[in-house]
Each structure stands twice: as C-alpha cells, then as structure tokens.
Design a protein around this ligand. Structure first.
Ligand code: ADP
Length: 192
C-alpha cells in the first residue's frame, strides 16, 4: 500500500446492512475524498435503462455478483478521472472478490492506504435489511448476498490484513458513535 504523500485512498468493507453506505458518505465528506459506490453506479445504469443496466439489474435482483472484469473496467475508469486523481477516494462496494482486490492493487496500489472493515454480525445485518424495504432486499436475495459475502468478500479481510492495511471497527451503536470510531481508526492508522 502507498505512503501518505498524495491524496487519501480508502476502502470500506462490511456486510450488506452494516451501515457502510451511510458512513461512507459521511467519511468522504469529512476527508474531502470522492465516494465511489459501485452499487450506486450500477443502480444509476439500471435507471438509465441501458443494455448493460438491464443485465446488471437481473444480476442484482438475484443477489449475485456482476462479473469481475466488468467491475474492474468500471472502477478503473472512475479512478482515472481528474476529481479522484486530485482528491483521493473512498471505495464502497469494491473490491468484493480477491480478483478485484488483486486488480485494485495493480491499478492503484500506491494510491491506496487503508481498508476499514465495518463489523456487524450476520443476525443483526439480516434484521436491519429486512426492515429497510429496498427493492432488491427480498429474504432470498439477502441470504444469497450474505452467503456470497462470507465466501468471496470475507477472505479480503485476510488479504488486506497480510498487507498491513486493515482496521476493524465495531459497527454497533448509533450512527454518530460508529462515525466517531471510524474517524479515530482512520486518523490513527493514517498518521502513523
Ligand atoms: P449491498 O451492500 O446491499 O450489496 P451495494 O449497493 O454495494 O449493496 O451493491 C448492490 C449490488 O450490486 C450487489 O448485490 C451486486 O449485485 C452488485 N455489485 C456492487 N458492487 C459489486 C462488485 N464490486 N462486484 C460485483 N458486483 C457488485
């Protein structure tokens, strides 16, 4: 991972329903970095009704993952844009597989400083997601997404851990409490 000469580069990991998206928005504002949410980018493509959007919608509705090469293409393009190059980034929803993490390391390893795992247990995230009524939050899709998370994304914690670039933050508590914990963890990790 890179040293802290240039703009800050962060990744936020966490189970679906951990509050990752909300906290990512607040963190991006606080640190002045660009929030890159791959879920938001895919939902925007769905809204636009492009051929790609239609394919993405079918995959997302089933709780499956969009293919790695497609996601890597989208993120590569986004990371190259001037706003991100100038201000840094907070990636939310990417990487989700080890192949994506490898691509990210190749593509932006020196611009990336820290991965944060926002930790909330499976029971609690299931409860939260069932109560939020999002279109792709059917019980089946939730179970499938959490399953994929354990299989594909949880191993990324070890991947970042062995590279000395992971902090784990407890995601239970009020939104403000969790935010304060995240800021403390990032400031500690990125100032040392
Ligand atoms: P959640 O955290 O609730 O899964 P996201 O907004 O991060 O929500 O993603 C929604 C959906 O978009 C995912 O279930 C998946 O189908 C797709 N998606 C988002 N990011 C990726 C990615 N990096 N790789 C593959 N699929 C992705």
């Amino acid at each position: 991972m890179g040293d802290r000469s240039g703009p800050l580069g962060l990744v936020i990991l966490g189970r679906q329903g951990s509050g990752k998206g909300t906290q990512a928005l607040r963190l991006a504002a606080k640190y002045g970095v660009v929030h890159i949410s791959t879920g938001d980018m895919l939902r925007a493509a769905v809204e636009e009704g492009t051929a790609f959007g239609l394919q993405a919608k079918a995959i997302m509705d089933a709780g499956d993952l969009v293919p790695d090469d497609v996601m890597v293409g989208i993120v590569t393009e986004r990371l190259a844009r001037p706003d991100v190059v100038g201000s840094g980034f907070l990636l939310d929803g990417f990487p989700r597989t080890e192949a994506q993490a490898e691509s990210l390391a190749e593509l932006a390893g020196d611009r990336l400083h820290l991965a944060i795992n926002l930790d909330v247990a499976v029971d609690e995230v299931t409860r939260r997601m069932l109560s939020r009524n999002r279109a792709d939050d059917t019980a089946e899709a939730i179970a499938r997404r959490l399953d994929l998370y354990e299989q594909q994304t949880a191993p990324l914690l070890a991947w970042f851990g062995t590279r000395g670039a992971l902090v784990v933050v407890d995601g239970l508590g009020t939104e403000d409490e969790v935010f304060d914990r995240l800021v403390a963890a990032i400031d500690h990790a990125c100032s040392s």
